[in-house]
Design a binder for this molecule. Structure first.
Ligand code: PAF
Length: 284
C-alpha cells in the first residue's frame, strides 16, 4: 500500500498498535536494490508489519551534491517492496515532511544534531551538516511510524553508529537492527549511487573492496600496525581514483586506531570521476 501523507501512516499504525502488532521500519531514499531488499526481508521476518519509507531527504544533501539527479524510481520501488512483503510504502513529499514552503535552513527547522566527535570525521568531514539532516529525518520517521525495530545497512556504517548513539542519548524506544553489506559477486558493495558508474568505472570501483579485503587478510595473518596495513592499499590505486580517506576506527565510538584489533572498522571513501563511493569492513 503506497501512502504519501503522515496522517495515513498514523492511522494504520494506530490500528496495528491496538492489535499489539510489532512494527518494523526500513528508512530508504528509494532507488532500491538487493541491499535494501535484504533489510526489508529481515523486517518482514522479524516484525508483524513493515513500513518502508522512500524519501530523498533534501536536508542531508550538501550544496553541490546530487540532490537533483539522485535516482527516483518510486513505481519500481513500490513493486519491489510489495513483492518483498512490506505493508506500507511511505513516500512523502518534502512539503509533507517539512511543511509549507519547506524552509530547510537551521534557522527555520528544529534539527537533531549528533555529537561533533562523531561527525567531524570520515564522511562528515567533507559532507558538513549531512548527519544533522540524517538524524533529523530519521527522528521524524521514528515519531511518525513509532517502530519497534528499525533496519539500517552496515554499508553506511558511520550513519549507523551515529543513529545508535542518537537512539541511546534521546531514549528513543526503538531497537536498531544492523544489516550486513550486500555485495556483487565482484565484491562491489551495492549502492544506489552505483547507477552513476559506467562499465569502466565499475571496474575501477573494485579497488574499494579489494583494498578492504586485502587489509583484512593481512590483519588475519597477524599484521596490526595501522601504518603498515594502510600501505597495502596503494598498489590498488591508480590515476582513476581520488582517495578521500582510508581510516581505522573503533566500531562503537569511531575513535582513531593506531593498532588494529577486533573492534576495528576500516573505512574507505574514494571518487571515480564525479562519483563518490564508500565502503567499510569489520576486522573481526
Ligand atoms: O541511508 C539512507 O538511505 C538515508 O541516509 C536515510 C537513513 C534513509 C535517511 O534519509
Amino acid at each position: 500500500m503506497l501512502v504519501h501523507t503522515i496522517d495515513e501512516v498514523r492511522e494504520k499504525i494506530e490500528e496495528w498498535k491496538k492489535q499489539s502488532l510489532t512494527v518494523g521500519l526500513v528508512p530508504t531514499m528509494g532507488a532500491l536494490h538487493d541491499g535494501h531488499l535484504s533489510l526489508i526481508k529481515k523486517s518482514v521476518e522479524k516484525c508483524d508489519k513493515t513500513v518502508v519509507s522512500v524519501f530523498v531527504n533534501p536536508i542531508q544533501f550538501c550544496p553541490g551534491e546530487d540532490l537533483d539527479k539522485y535516482p527516483r524510481t518510486l513505481d519500481a520501488d513500490e513493486k519491489l517492496c510489495n513483492d518483498a512483503g512490506a505493508d506500507i510504502v511511505f513516500a512523502p513529499s518534502p512539503k509533507e515532511m517539512y511543511g509549507e514552503g519547506h524552509i530547510l535552513s537551521n534557522d527555520f527547522l528544529t534539527y537533531v544534531i549528533p555529537p561533533f566527535f562523531y561527525t567531524n570525521k570520515l564522511c562528515g568531514k567533507s559532507r558538513v551538516g549531512h548527519f544533522d539532516g540524517v538524524c533529523t529525518v530519521v527522528n521524524k520517521l521514528f515519531n511518525i511510524v513509532q517502530p519497534d525495530f528499525a533496519f539500517f545497512g552496515e554499508k553506511d556504517r558511520q550513519q549507523l553508529i551515529i543513529l545508535k548513539k542518537m537512539v541511546k542519548d534521546l531514549n528513543i524506544p526503538v531497537e536498531i537492527i544492523p544489516c550486513p553489506i550486500v555485495r556483487e559477486e565482484s565484491g562491489l558493495a551495492l549502492s544506489s549511487r552505483n547507477k552513476y558508474l559506467s562499465d569502466d568505472d565499475k571496474i575501477h570501483a573494485l579497488a574499494l573492496s579489494k583494498i578492504l579485503f586485502n587489509i583484512k587478510a593481512c590483519y588475519n595473518k597477524g599484521i596490526t600496525d595501522v601504518k603498515a596495513l594502510t600501505e597495502t592499499a596503494y598498489s590498488y590505486l591508480n590515476e582513476h581514483h581520488s582517495l578521500e580517506y582510508l581510516e581505522f576506527r573503533d566500531a562503537q565510538d569511531l575513535e582513531e586506531k593506531k593498532t588494529a584489533d577486533d573492534n576495528t572498522i576500516v573505512f574507505i571513501a574514494l571518487k571515480i570521476g564525479d562519483v563518490r563511493l564508500i565502503d567499510n569492513i569489520a576486522l573481526k
